[in-house]
Design a protein around this ligand. Structure first.
Ligand code: SF4
Length: 448
């Protein structure tokens, strides 16, 4: 699309729903668009291109896409040259159907086709409506060729895509395809480039990072990859999401003891504390196996924070199953959880399971779980009072611009005041003294 570089700068309005994989895809879209003279705008009315990067994980995802698209119908009427595109998992699932139902939509593209955005725009510019939802079993060499547009001190780097686990409630293997890993050299050169541009914290992304390199692509194991990332000059902190309990091994657990750059936070989704439910979910571990891994990690690294995902109200979940989840919650004392009420996703096995629970049962259980966890989170946060912690400075505090906000290695947000004469810039790592703790953040002082 060379013609764009000769023209005035064009504007893209991009809305992103869903997970960090989608955030990363959106950054890749912005990276491609930057190369063809697009800048980002917060105002859809002034945009030449509107992109919606969609997610199927939340309930009624499809309806949300149509209602979001509906908002732009008038804009398209007023300015027929406006191009509207839908990407992400809903685009992958619905394909042509989206074009049929939304006549003002120009482009539909799935997660495996993000790198083709430039070509898709050329087609749309010439008046064709296009669908690109081909799922590929290998990673095209140019797929991650364009650096994400993210600027600043933190970068998210996809190390693989897709998933082979087919948990019975999940749509990801259908929308993002089978698991494929990128070559370590490509990942490292992307991180080196990011570090040279000022990035100091890197988060490696994948649906199941612990199986990196085990099924298609990838030339080293995940712990080996982490070691290589930790060696990159300029990178001060390394994080990764998401881990699968069945794949987390001793080599990774031991690595936390050697690699100082590796953040002391592990997000390990358990989903349920009931073995019967875990089996119906197809998760591949029991509650006891999960707990013994957590115990081992906590024993080795007491400062490590452990977070998880939990689904309540899965089909067939009895009061006793739910009680097992509550027991696990109390035993592990997670630092935080992401909790969801089960709702069926089209084309998943669990959507046709017997024993779908009524909404009031599911909402009631979610409430009980969240109340209990809120207390545990506050207690866990309060355990840090009086401790010295290192924070990665992210910028001014949201609530008080005279203070700074940073994040601990164990992923807690800290708002802190600087002593007179002190300064801190984003990307700095500094020691703070924790003075108070709340449900979502800590309070601290620096230099006193
Ligand atoms: S591990 Fe299970 S829940 Fe996670 S992406 Fe794969 S299929 Fe979905």
């Amino acid at each position: 699309m060379e013609e764009h570089s000769q023209e005035r700068e064009k504007l893209v309005f991009l809305e992103t729903f869903g997970c960090q994989m989608n955030d990363n895809d959106s950054e890749r879209m912005l990276g491609i668009l930057k190369g063809i003279n697009f800048a980002r705008t917060d105002d859809p009315c002034s945009a030449d291109l509107i992109l919606i990067n969609t997610c199927t994980v939340r309930d009624k995802a499809e309806q949300k896409v149509y209602s979001t698209l509906g908002r732009y119908k008038e804009l398209k009427k007023e300015r027929p040259g406006l191009i509207i595109g839908v990407g992400g998992c809903v685009a992958q699932q619905q394909g042509e159907k989206l074009l049929k139902r939304a006549p003002h939509l120009d482009i539909v593209f799935g997660p495996h086709n993000v790198h083709k955005l430039r070509e898709l725009l050329i087609e749309a510019d010439s008046g064709r409506r296009v669908v690109a939802t081909r799922l590929t079993e290998t990673i095209d060499c140019d797929e991650y060729g364009v650096s994400p547009s993210a600027s600043g001190e933190k970068a998210f780097v996809s190390i693989m895509r897709g998933c082979n686990n087919f948990c019975s409630y999940c749509i990801v293997p259908y929308t993002r395809g089978r698991e494929v890993s990128r070559q370590s050299a490509d990942i490292i050169s992307e991180i080196e480039a990011a570090a040279a541009a000022g990035v100091k914290e890197v988060t490696l992304l994948g649906q199941n990072v612990n199986s990196y390199g085990t099924s298609g692509g990838g030339d080293v194991s995940f712990p080996e990859l982490l070691k290589l990332v930790c060696r990159v000059e300029g990178v001060k902190r390394v994080r990764f999401v998401t881990s699968h309990p069945k794949d987390i091994g001793d080599e990774l657990i031991e690595l936390f003891g050697h690699e100082k750059k590796l953040c002391r936070h592990l997000h390990l989704p358990v989903q349920s504390g009931s073995d019967a439910i875990l089996a119906r979910m197809g998760r591949g571990y029991t509650s006891g196996e999960y707990f013994s891994k957590i115990e081992k990690i906590k024993k080795l690294y007491p400062e490590m924070s452990i977070t998880t995902d939990i689904i309540v109200g899965f089909p067939g979940e009895t009061e006793a199953d739910f009680a097992s989840t509550m027991d696990l919650l109390r035993k592990v004392r997670f630092d935080n959880i992401f909790s969801f009420m089960y709702s069926p996703r089209p084309n998943t096995k669990a959507a046709s399971f017997e024993g779908q629970l009524p909404l009031d049962v599911r909402t009631g259980r979610l409430q009980v779980l969240q109340e209990e966890q809120k207390q545990i989170t506050i207690e866990r946060n309060r355990e840090t009072i009086g401790k010295k912690m290192e924070v990665f400075v992210e910028g001014p505090s949201r609530g008080n611009p005279d203070e700074m906000m940073g994040r601990t290695s164990c992923n807690r947000i800290v708002n802190f005041a600087l002593a007179a004469g002190m300064s801190a810039a984003p990307g700095d790592i500094m020691e703070v003294f924790v003075t108070d703790a709340y449900a979502n953040s800590l309070r601290a002082s620096a230099g006193r």
